[in-house]
Structure formats: C-alpha cells, structure tokens
Design a protein around this ligand. Structure first.
Ligand SMILES: [Zn+2]
Length: 156
C-alpha cells in the first residue's frame, strides 16, 4: 500500500484542524512502480494527483488552516484568503522547500515504503533520475518523517 500522506509532516502545521485534515484515511493506491509511473506521467499530473488526495475533504491553508483558498491558473499556486500567503501543495510536506519535483518525491516515497525496501541513495538516484546528492537528501527527509507521528500511516 502506498500512502501519499506519508510525505506530510506535522512541521509547519500549526493548527490542530489542519493537522487532523492531513491525516485522512489510508488506502492502497499503487501496487507497482509501473502503475504509479503510469498514473503520474509528468509533474502536473503528480501535482493534480497529490492535490486531489490531500484536499479530498476540501482545500485548506497549510499555514493557518483557513479554507478560504484562491487557486491560480497555473494549477500549482494557491493563495490563502486569511493569512494571504501563497503556497504550493508541497508546503507542509517533508519535501517543502526542495527543488525536487513532486513526481520524483512520490516515486521516492513509493520506493521507500515498499515492504522489502532497502533503498540506497545510489539506487534511488538511478530509479527516479536525480543526482545521488539529491537522492541522499530526499532519503534523509523521508527518514525523518518516518519516525514522526505519521509512522502509523507509513508502509504498504
Ligand atoms: Zn492561511
């Protein structure tokens, strides 16, 4: 089972309400790497898929929890009607602030959460097409999340 929510951290989520909303139900999504790669062939489809999943109960601001959200026409930028901050769907996840695409992040989480997973940075770099240095940083971020309170949602 692959849970997109595994890449969501409690860091930078100030309100309980937001926190709760980020802990939506876990259900199997992708059974194989081929399946997930086909489902998110490019960055925009990855953003759309993750957005639909994270906001399945409605859009909310990752900064203040407000539900008054404006969506930009680029389909990846949002703005809060309360705190006025701009944000992407990646804000509030383990990959907030990285230049790594959401598609690569999702693939990396999928690879990392396989039952038999023993992912090295060299392997991850080859699998998702990033440099080993980038892969190393991604693994570090994911491992940090792994031991957070979201641990229960981690895995297949
Ligand atoms: Zn806000």
């Amino acid at each position: 089972m692959f849970c997109l929510y595994t890449i969501v951290t409690q860091r930078s989520i100030p309100k309980r309400t937001v926190h709760k909303r980020d802990r939506l139900s876990v259900e199997p999504v992708f059974q194989s790497l081929q399946e997930i790669m086909a489902a998110i062939p490019d960055e925009q489809s990855a953003i759309d898929a993750f957005t639909a999943r994270r906001w399945q109960k409605g859009a909310f601001c990752p900064h203040c929890g407000s539900e008054r959200i404006y969506h930009f026409s680029d389909r990846r930028t949002h703005k809060c009607g309360e705190c006025r901050k701009r944000f992407s769907i990646k804000v509030g996840t383990a990959f907030e602030g990285t230049k790594v695409g959401l598609r690569e992040c999702m693939l990396a989480v999928w690879l990392m959460t396989r039952k038999d997973a023993k992912v090295t940075s060299a392997q991850l770099a080859r699998d998702i097409g990033v440099t080993q240095k980038t892969a190393w940083h991604m693994l570090r971020r994911m491992r940090r999340v792994r031991w957070s309170r979201y641990l229960g949602q981690f895995g297949h």
